[in-house]
Design a protein around this ligand. Sequence first.
Ligand code: LLP
Length: 447
Amino acid sequence: MTPAAPHPPMLPSSYAWLDDILCCEGHSLEDLAQQFGTPLYVYSATAIAEAYQSFAKACTALEADVSILFAVKANPNLSLLSELGKLGAGFDIVSMGEMQRVLAAGGSAAKMVFSGVGKTDEELRAALQARVGCINLESLSELRRLNQLAQGLGCKAPVSIRINPDIDAKTHPYISTGLRSNKFGLSLDQALIGYQEAAALPHLQVMGVDCHIGSQITELSPFLDAADRVLEFVDRLAEKGISIHHLDLGGGLGICYRDESPPSPAMLMEALIGKVRAWSKARGRPMPRLIFEFGRALVGAAGVLLSRVVALKPQPNDQTGAAHFAIIDAAMNDLMRPSLYEAWHEILVVNRRDQQTEERRWDVVGPVCESGDWLGRDRPLRLKEGGLVILASAGAYGASMASNYNSRPRPAEVLVQAGQPVRLIRRRESFEDLVAAESVGLSLGPS
Ligand code: LLP
């Protein structure tokens, strides 16, 4: 008997090979491909619930008043928002569209915070009308604009200012947000001016301090350094007679894509809650409420992109060193992360019986007309045409960043739970969907 292959570290335990076929919560991915077609996003409901619970349980054990928000940008599918809302999550939104999605999914406006560096008047007004729990301000001009808009609506806007702590999150430069060179937030000195102004303005209600330093952070130290800066800043606010009710410490906890070992949710919660608790005790102040905005850590590992091998294009001569190409039916428009950040998504063969074929090092690419359209490079795999593969850890920033480039309909999405019928939570787009917002206008040619 051949020994069982070890479980890949990036796959949650709800994915497993049963009789050589990769299954999600007992549902065969071959059957899902057959029923729903490919490319297909598959999400494990249990993995999402477990990820949420790992944060929530840690906070309960630490007896801390904590709100876990889901950063909608990571995956805005209505069913996932609804599931996360039922588990108790609030929501971090960055646009009116995201707000409308949360409301459509039954989420509460009071449990939303509105982040974002360029909110328009229309978006701010809509947030005030919906009574969003807190608006995180990112510039002095936005602060003044919001005061005026709230005056127009005869209300007081609950606000925090996002501070930019100038901390290196040690992540990909495109997803670092807490450095002075990033466009986000206000420097500590500017934020201090902002808070004094906000406290004096009649239509703003200072609620908290906000900070988010980046995404896919795999070490504890940047979180702790940022929290130190936030707490020092709250001391400066107190000196000016400004008190706050909550600290929003952002999101950013990384997941394992390849071999990373980020801190567990419990470790992160213990470290941050412990720090804030010690700080509060030392000052004889009550512990502020803590807010977190996690996206990737809640849904990233739970989702995979299921895709079929369309064609194999090996180089006739292995000696040239040129790549062998495996062309699959998923592409950069379906999962943008490899093209955009050179991100690694593990590629795994669904049917282990396919493993009889010869192993080769493949460049796994999509059908889009760009050489940048690749999903994995130089991967040792045993592939066959018509076989299925998954791109692992695709639950966050996969479907949400998909586009229609090359007039490709975006993939369908299914939510899977053991013992339950599989739920189609987004049908595959049709040609009619692709052109629904367009019209055939005047002819451009000579009449
Ligand atoms: N809060 C704010 C204000 C954010 O800007 C973000 C992410 C989050 C929360 C959630 O961060 P998370 O817990 O998911 O790391 N498209 C990139 C990620 C961009 C993240 C931007 N901001 C990727 O695919 O890696």
